[in-house]
Write a protein that binds this ligand. Structure first.
Ligand code: DX5
Ligand code: ZN
Length: 222
């Protein structure tokens, strides 16, 4: 499978969101990554359900919703109706994670669990077979443009081992500080989906930056 690329519109020019989504529509981006922040789970507030629905109106690309909010189970149906294909909830924000994952599946979305940099992969051992994806945070969630945390590579390795050991079909997504350099090392380590914000939207040619990330495969030489 080729590497999937999910540009995060958190770092897009939000005054020209329609134009930015158009650029993504014409690009090789596989999904649109949509970061929802509530100012409680993370120290920042971004955008929510109405903006997601507006983006969905102007794109056919699947929307990959990343909920950085407390009580995410309250909003699953709303985001499904707003056009989400995949919904990521944080391990750290869910007391009854298994139930929340079932609820995401019940509305017809793909279910993903996001883990913060301090959360070890082994905690997913008893839920991995129920997950379509795991989102490994490679920065502390809340802001775009942060420095990639190097320990992420060993987490990708541990997660890949867990997936193989449990015979699961879970995708591995990495989010935060992803560029061509960290992206290449990540795909070589076993990452399937690269989320990238600043690297894409601050590039002189964002479409080219996306194509470059798409070309990263385990066989590319550094
Ligand atoms: C951070 C968000 C990320 C962020 C990525 O909390 O979850 O999706 O927008 O942005 P960069 O690629 O700039 O780190
Ligand atoms: Zn994100």
């Amino acid at each position: 499978m080729s590497t999937l690329v999910a540009p995060s519109i958190l770092t897009a020019d939000l005054a020209n969101l329609g134009k930015e989504v158009d650029m993504l529509n014409n690009s090789e981006a596989d999904w649109i990554h949509f970061d929802v922040m509530d100012g409680v789970f993370v120290p920042n507030i971004s955008f929510g359900i109405p903006v997601c629905a507006s983006v969905k109106k102007i794109t056919n690309k699947p929307i990959d919703v990343h909920l950085m909010i407390v009580n995410p189970e309250k909003y699953i149906k709303d985001f499904q109706q707003a056009g989400a294909s995949t919904i990521s909830v944080h391990y750290e924000a869910c007391t009854h994670l298994h139930r929340t994952v079932q609820e995401i599946h019940a509305v017809g979305c793909k279910a993903s669990v996001a883990i913060n940099p301090h959360t070890p992969v082994f905690l997913l051992e008893d839920i991995i077979r129920d997950l379509d994806m795991v989102l490994i945070m490679s920065v502390n969630p809340g802001f775009g443009g942060q420095k990639f945390i190097e320990n992420t590579y060993s987490k990708v390795t541990a997660l890949k081992d867990l997936i193989l050991r449990k015979n699961a079909r879970t995708l591995i997504e990495v989010d935060g500080g992803v560029d061509d350099h960290t992206g290449l090392k990540l795909v070589k380590t076993g990452c399937d989906v690269l989320v990238s914000g600043s690297y894409v939207f601050q590039a002189n040619d964002p479409e080219k930056a996306i194509s470059g990330l798409k070309k990263l495969t385990p066989s590319v030489q550094v």
